[in-house]
Design a protein around this ligand. Structure first.
Ligand SMILES: Nc1ncnc2c1ncn2[C@@H]1O[C@H](COP(=O)(O)OP(=O)(O)OP(=O)(O)O)[C@@H](O)[C@H]1O
Ligand SMILES: [Mg+2]
Length: 420
């Protein structure tokens, strides 16, 4: 069994070149129908930093996997994304016979210089055991007061996309629609059309989802010597390029690297320095220097929490934040008193331009989180509902009096959150 950190990371990365507009995006809402435990939810008003709590099995991982699912749909096709999750029958909510899965994501992004509210809608159904895209729409408002306009609209593999969408001021009838039939009913139109420069909205959305990056952080993968060839600017899915990213920060972003070191030495007793070190045979290792000893410790021999804290700092002090970063249960392996600062660091990351979603079971973490940043999941009769803390008058009143979210949660003020 590999040592497992218990923390999943999911982020939109810049590993592939993406247009600058991708960096400007912010998810506003997520609507799901018949997606596993989410029979019908609409999570609105998503803040830049959102913390999700909920009992085991209420759907925190499922919520984050919506991005992974879309990513997989785009990388291959809908069928393989479903297969990876146990096929259509496992992904569609139990006992939803004859219904379809709906995913609707609304986000703000810069399009031709103006910020637009874009909606992407994907409906997936199954016919004779074969999944297909029943409907796919990409729409946004062209003017401040206009109705949403469909830039891409496909039903059962046939539809249209607008090819001169940069002409925002033209009346609708002057926009050119290009009718297309997709090769396969389980391929997304944003994938097919997104490959062509002239379908700008589809192209941008495809690049956006393609750069969503689902990742499981494994302490065991982060440890040990790594081939020093190549360079890495961002922590990878598993964290297995940690020494390379550390070297990159050390060489190219020394102020950030020094900040990470200072923070490490405050949080992990005995850690004075961390050095990326190249071996003679072309491997890179991390050496952790304890102030009390002359000989540093190789990353292989330092504690789990030391590696994890260092990896989180490397992730969170990234000079170019990912547009979307999701982390599951960051508290695992870390000392509870460190949670407040860690929460601050996630928030700071979101303020630098990357939206952050975190799930947690830690009251210490939640104590450092604001009212408007918290939601909780409640499972009833086999389906999950989402509650926003800011919409609960009692919680709002307590927080206004200076209470803390973690204590309120522990005292049972998150209605329905505790298992009964
Ligand atoms: N097709 C489906 N229909 C209805 N419910 C489903 C379906 N597939 C999975 N589930 C339920 O959804 C639950 C959500 O699990 P998930 O892993 O998202 O929970 P979690 O909140 O991350 O829990 P934990 O805190 O234990 O990590 C599962 O326990 C399962 O019961
Ligand atoms: Mg989970």
């Amino acid at each position: 069994m590999p040592l497992y950190s218990g923390g999943y990371l999911l982020y939109l990365s810049f590993l592939t070149p993406v247009p600058s507009l991708v960096g400007q995006m912010k998810i506003e809402s997520i609507r799901l129908q018949n997606f596993k435990t989410f029979r019908d939810i609409h999570l609105r008003d998503i803040p830049p930093f959102l913390v999700v709590v909920g009992a085991n099995g209420t759907g925190k991982s499922t919520l984050f996997d919506v991005f992974g699912f879309l990513h997989d749909c785009l990388k291959n096709n809908v069928r393989s994304a479903l297969d990876k999750r146990g096929r259509f029958k496992e992904v569609i909510s139990r006992d939803s016979n004859g219904k379809s899965i709906l995913i609707e994501i609304q986000y703000r992004m810069l399009i031709t210089g103006s910020e637009r509210l874009v909606t992407y809608i994907l409906e997936i159904a199954e016919r004779k055991g074969t999944p297909y895209v029943k409907r796919e729409i990409l729409r946004y408002k062209r003017g401040r007061h206009g109705k949403p306009f469909h830039f891409l609209d496909f039903k059962n593999g046939t539809g249209y996309a607008i090819t001169n969408e940069e002409d925002f001021n033209k009346p609708d009838e002057e926009l050119d629609r290009e009718t297309q039939t997709l090769n396969s009913p389980d391929v997304l139109a944003v994938k097919g059309l997104g490959q062509f420069e002239r379908f700008k909205a589809a192209n941008a959305f495809r690049q956006l989802i393609e750069s969503w990056h689902v990742s499981d952080f494994h302490i065991s993968a982060a440890r040990g010597r790594k081939d020093a060839a190549g360079s890495s600017e961002h922590l990878s899915e598993t964290g297995d390029n940690l020494p390379l990213v550390a070297r990159y920060l050390y060489e190219q972003h020394r102020p950030e690297f020094d900040k990470i070191l200072q923070t490490m030495s405050r949080r992990v007793p005995g850690i004075q320095d961390v050095q990326p070190r190249l071996t003679e045979d072309g491997y890179l290792t991390l050496r952790f220097q304890d102030g009390s000893f002359k000989t540093p410790f190789l990353d292989r021999y330092v504690s789990d929490g030391t590696i994890k804290m260092f990896a989180y700092l490397v992730l969170l002090y990234d000079p170019k934040p990912h547009p979307l970063l999701c982390v599951e249960e960051p508290e695992n392996q870390l000392y509870p008193r460190l949670m407040a600062e860690l929460a601050e660091e996630f928030r700071a990351y979101s303020q630098r331009g990357g939206q952050v979603l975190v799930s947690t079971h830690s009251p210490d973490f939640l104590n450092a989180v604001r009212l408007e940043e918290v939601c909780w999941l409640v499972k009833e009769a086999g389906g999950t509902q989402i509650h926003l803390a800011k919409e609960d008058p009692q919680l709002a009143a307590y927080m206004a009096e200076g209470d803390q979210m973690g204590y309120l949660w522990k005292e049972g003020f998150f209605e329905g959150a505790d298992p009964r």
